[in-house]
Structures are given as structure tokens and as C-alpha cells.
Design a protein around this ligand. Structure first.
Ligand code: SF4
Length: 270
């Protein structure tokens, strides 16, 4: 199914403008609440960006604290008890799908992924953002899945050897295609950003963080500007990411592919 971008923005813009009780207008944009939804938790390392996986650290900590949902630590675990959760949330929300793993992990059955999509297809008052490194599996399943316009599909491209993932993402018939370059681990070559709507760049945080060089950020930002793609700079990272902030060349870069702005920053740590 091919999605018309203008129709998508018109539709959701109108919904938001007629649902004033659910939104806060600010700085000329509309702020949406954000949350993450984890019908799957756990994962296994897949590419260079996984080395210091934040979700793995957090899952192990939650297991040590005795949190029932994380009794398996970072092993891939299905949570069918939370699959219908978005249907019970009436307020329009930007929902990040599976922040504690990867929905397209090989241990997640096809039927389970289909069930997750069915909920997203029903809950069209929300926007769902899916991010994966396993874009091959999303491509293999794309004909079985229904890509309603409230589903945004993203892929992580943290190093130049993974640029081929952009071509795979372009095969997905989704309303919004986005790329997370977080943690960005090197300079990017000439990028073909055609049919890509949004690029997010960020550095790694935590005790073993890898350095993010300003010239790498500049190169990606310049390519986004010259190709008309929205650019979001998330953070410099480091041991204390809050101290290092997210200003680049004297300003913040908060572009998003929709008329809505975030009540916070994206959750892309995959
Ligand atoms: S970074 Fe993402 S893909 Fe890699 S291990 Fe962590 S959750 Fe899985």
C-alpha cells in the first residue's frame, strides 16, 4: 500500500486540531505525549551499535531489582498481556514500539508480529514508531503486514557498512521512514536519502561510550539539508549525557517529519 504523505499530514493534523483537549499547543507546534510499549523485551547483539546496549543494561538491572517483567533479564521474552495496552489509552500518544528489544528479532514468531500490527492498525489515534536493525525481516514480512498511516518505520544505520539498510527501508510501504544514526560511530559516505523523511543523530552514553566527532554530525546534517530531509540531533552522549547536552553549532536541531513536536526527546537507543 503506498501512502500519500500530504494526506497523512492533513489527516493527523486535522485530528489533532479537533482534539484540543488532548494536546498542548506550544511554540507554533503541538506537543504529543510519548511513551514506550514493550510487548517484547530482550534481544541479542546484531551489529556494531549493540556493543554497549542500553536496553541490556537496564533489563539486567530490573531483573536484579526483582521486576517480574524482566525475570528473564535480556533474553527475548514475549509479553502478550500488554499487547492490547495502546487500545486502552484514549489520549493520542506517540508510542515507541519495543524500546527494550527488537520486534523483528528472529525469536519473535511471525504471528506475534502480526498481532502487534493488528493493535497498531486499530489504534489509529496514536502514532507508532518502530525501529529495528533487522530490517531484512521487516522486508520479508511487509506484504503480510498492514501499514496504516499511523505507523512510522525506522532503521538504525550507525556505521557506513550498514548504509545498505536504507535501500531495504525504502521497500517498506510506510507513511514515514526514519533513520537512527545513534550511536553514530564514524563518518558517513554520500548518503542517498531519497524517500527517507527523518534522520536522527546522537552519541553514545554510559561508562564505555564511544566518541562522537562534530565533523561526522556536520556531514550528516549537511546531507539532510541539501536533500530536504528533517534532521534531529539527539545528544552528544558521554558519561553524563545531560552535562554534554544536545546543542550543535550553537542551536538545537529538533526537526521532525510531522507538524507535531515532542514533549521531550526521542527514545532511540537501539
Ligand atoms: S542495541 Fe537494539 S538490536 Fe542491539 S542488542 Fe540492544 S536492543 Fe538489540
Amino acid at each position: 500500500m503506498q501512502i500519500d504523505q500530504k494526506a497523512f499530514h492533513a489527516r493527523y493534523g486535522i485530528i489533532m486540531l479537533t482534539m484540543g483537549c488532548l494536546a498542548v499547543k506550544e511554540s507554533g507546534g503541538i506537543k504529543w505525549r510519548r511513551m514506550s510499549w514493550n510487548p517484547v523485551t530482550g534481544c541479542t547483539k546484531y551489529s556494531l551499535g549493540c556493543k554497549n546496549c542500553y536496553a541490556e543494561r537496564l533489563a539486567k538491572r530490573l531483573k536484579d531489582l526483582g521486576v517480574k517483567k524482566y525475570r528473564n533479564g535480556f533474553e527475548v521474552t514475549l509479553h502478550p498481556d500488554v499487547i492490547s495496552k495502546p487500545l486502552k489509552i484514549r489520549r493520542s500518544t506517540i508510542i515507541f514500539v519495543v524500546s527494550m528489544g527488537d520486534l523483528f528479532h528472529e525469536k519473535v514468531p511471525d504471528d506475534y508480529i502480526l498481532d502487534v500490527f493488528k493493535v497498531m492498525n486499530k489504534a489509529q489515534w496514536h502514532i507508532f514508531q518502530l525501529l529495528t536493525k533487522r530490517i531484512e525481516r521487516a522486508v520479508a514480512l511487509r506484504e503480510k503486514l498492514c501499514w496504516t498511516p499511523n505507523i512510522w518505520m525506522g532503521v538504525t544505520v550507525e556505521e557506513k557498512r550498514y548504509v545498505y539498510r536504507l535501500d531495504l527501508l525504502r521497500k517498506i510501504p510506510t507513511a514515514v521512514r526514519f533513520v537512527s544514526m545513534e550511536p553514530l560511530l564514524g563518518d558517513m559516505p554520500s548518503l542517498n536519502l531519497s524517500n527517507i523523511n527523518w534522520v536522527i543523530v546522537g552519541g553514545e552514553s554510559g561508562p564505555n561510550y564511544r566518541i562522537l566527532k562534530p565533523e561526522w554530525v556536520k556531514n550528516v546534517r549537511d546531507q539532510c539539508v541539501s536533500q530536504g530531509v528533517k534532521f534531529y540531533f539527539h545528544q552528544w552522549g558521554g558519561i553524563n549525557r545531560y552535562r554534554n547536552g544536545r546543542s550543535f553549532e550553537g542551536r538545537t536541531w529538533d526537526e521532525t517529519p510531522s507538524p507535531f513536536v515532542y514533549a521531550g526527546t526521542p527514545l532511540f537507543n537501539m
